[in-house]
Ligand binder design. Structure first.
Ligand code: FAD
Length: 141
């Protein structure tokens, strides 16, 4: 456990997984997500880990495909993204495809109910450069 707060900018796939892994490791996390206050050209919702294009995570075959092997490795590290993907999986042959709305809703629920994660709905305009200044990171609006 640490009293330091880890600030993560963006609750996309990467930020959501990073926040989860850090929080599970005992770190207090503030996850800053600008939607819905500021939208992007790609995203349609306010949900965390929104899939902006295909609903496929590509091959889920760990024996013959590098992406499938990465899936298997992520599952072994208690990946939030993989757990939610497995729970919201839809038929797609050997690929791992998900119901994108259910997937995003499940990721969002896991993050917002985690005792060590605070989801801050604000745009981060600047990241402090000084040593130790990250703890003063404040949403711009
Ligand atoms: C049109 C399009 C099609 C794509 N198709 C595919 C595909 O088929 N397969 C594939 O693997 N990838 C595809 N991608 C790439 C896709 O974006 C990535 O796979 C994935 O979404 C990247 O996740 P991420 O977490 O890095 O970024 P994102 O999912 O983009 O997440 C970034 C998050 O940060 C937030 N944010 C950004 N700036 C700030 C700020 N200053 N303050 C607060 N919050 C902020 C955003 O709102 C967003 O929620 C596509 C991208 C686009 C645009």
């Amino acid at each position: 456990m640490t009293r330091e707060i880890l600030h993560i900018v963006g609750a996309g796939l990467a930020g959501s997984e990073a926040a989860w892994q850090a929080a599970q490791a005992g770190v207090m996390v503030q996850l800053h997500e600008m939607r819905p206050k500021q939208r992007t050209d790609a995203h349609q919702t306010d949900g965390c880990a929104e899939l902006v294009c295909s609903n496929s995570f590509r091959s889920d075959d760990p024996e013959h495909n590098a992406v499938g092997l990465l899936h298997a490795e992520m599952r072994r590290t208690d990946s939030l993204i993989m757990r939610c993907a497995d729970a919201t999986r839809v038929p797609a042959g050997s690929a791992l495809a998900v119901d994108r709305e259910a997937f995003s809703a499940m990721v969002t629920q896991a993050l917002t109910t985690h005792p060590r994660i605070t989801l801050v709905r604000a745009v981060v305009e600047d990241v402090p450069r000084r040593t130790g200044a990250a703890s003063s990171l404040q949403p711009a609006r």
